[in-house]
Design a binder for this molecule. Structure first.
Ligand SMILES: [Zn+2]
Length: 314
């Protein structure tokens, strides 16, 4: 049973909005494009796993995609968590192409592609850290302790994995997506020595969902292009006209063009917007129009008068 579907990652939405509003000559463009490509590749690998797991049709198996928990000052971002009465299984999903050498003793993996070697942090070390944090979190929330297992799933069909055959940890914990379902089944079959009650399992999953927090992303400090973008010609040139938005260069009208601008504001600028912020970002002069638009968006408001702040509902 899927308890939480995977949303489009905030990193993708943020980088897309940033590229759209980045001044044309900004030095940051290559860095943001690279980050967007990486995030899209990761998301595509995760979606492959999601499609595979969607065929697990068991009401006793709870699946939570993209779970982020805050433990102290750190965050753990679990790609997928599978919960049963017998165990909690963390899946770390990697969509990396090329030849991949896994050497956990050095805490990293090595990827060779077109003769270029790149090192990545070891996903095994990462999972071990998540396991400790999740165990502590369950204890802190006074939830029953469950055995916690993890698997690292490589999803890229063109990658070639290698490791020392003597490295039993890699052999048991790292696999290709094709072997994921049988491996999960095997783990379920062998992990039945200890179990928790069904209602305890429900309470645990409910609490995990409740405590999920969006993973904070690093934002760039940039003077973004302001204004409302024309949906047809992509110029930031729309002006209010006849209760709609008119693009002077291409002559098209779009009543809803301000909605994307508000989305961009929340992605790029911050979680709250005032009337003043809205006028500045949308490049409009009328406080009455700004108020009308803000109220039309079904945002959550706090405060009153000039200091009223609006935010997006969760
Ligand atoms: Zn236009």
């Amino acid at each position: 049973m899927i308890l939480r579907e995977r949303p489009v990652p905030e990193t993708i939405l943020y980088n897309e909005a940033a590229l759209k509003r980045l001044p044309p000559l900004s030095d940051l463009r290559p860095q943001i494009e690279k980050s967007l490509l990486k995030a899209r590749a990761g998301y595509s690998g995760e979606c492959r796993v999601d499609r595979l797991l969607s065929i697990i049709d068991s009401k006793d198996t709870y699946i939570i995609h993209d779970l982020c928990l805050q433990t102290g000052s750190t965050y753990i971002q679990i790609d997928t968590l599978i919960l049963t009465k017998y165990l909690a299984l963390i899946l770390e999903i990697k969509n990396i192409s090329g030849r991949i050498k896994i050497s956990p003793e050095f805490g990293q993996i090595e990827r060779t592609i077109n003769g270029e070697i790149t090192a990545f942090p070891s996903p095994i070390a990462q999972c071990k850290k998540y396991k400790i944090h999740l165990k502590n979190w369950l204890k802190k929330m006074k939830l029953p302790s469950l055995p916690i297992e993890f698997l690292v799933v490589f999803t890229n069909p063109s990658s070639i994995l290698s490791a020392s055959p003597h490295d039993t940890e890699v052999v048991h914990k790292v696999l290709r997506i094709e072997n994921l379902l049988p491996k999960i089944q095997e783990l379920m079959n062998t992990s039945n020595s200890h179990f928790i009650e069904e209602k305890e399992l429900r309470r645990t999953s409910k609490m995990l969902l409740k405590e999920h927090r969006p993973y904070p992303i690093n934002k760039f400090q940039v003077d973004y292009i302001k204004g409302i973008q024309c949906t047809r010609c992509k110029e930031f040139s729309m002006v209010r006209n006849k209760a709609s938005w008119l693009c002077a260069p291409c002559g098209s009208y779009d009543k809803r063009a301000h909605m994307q601008a508000f989305n961009d504001y929340f992605l790029l600028m911050g979680p709250e917007i005032t009337n003043h912020d809205a006028r500045d970002f949308l490049q409009i002069s009328s406080p009455r129009l700004a108020q009308y638009l803000l109220k039309s968006m079904a945002f959550i408001s706090s405060g009153s008068g000039i200091g009223t702040k609006y935010s997006q509902p969760n």
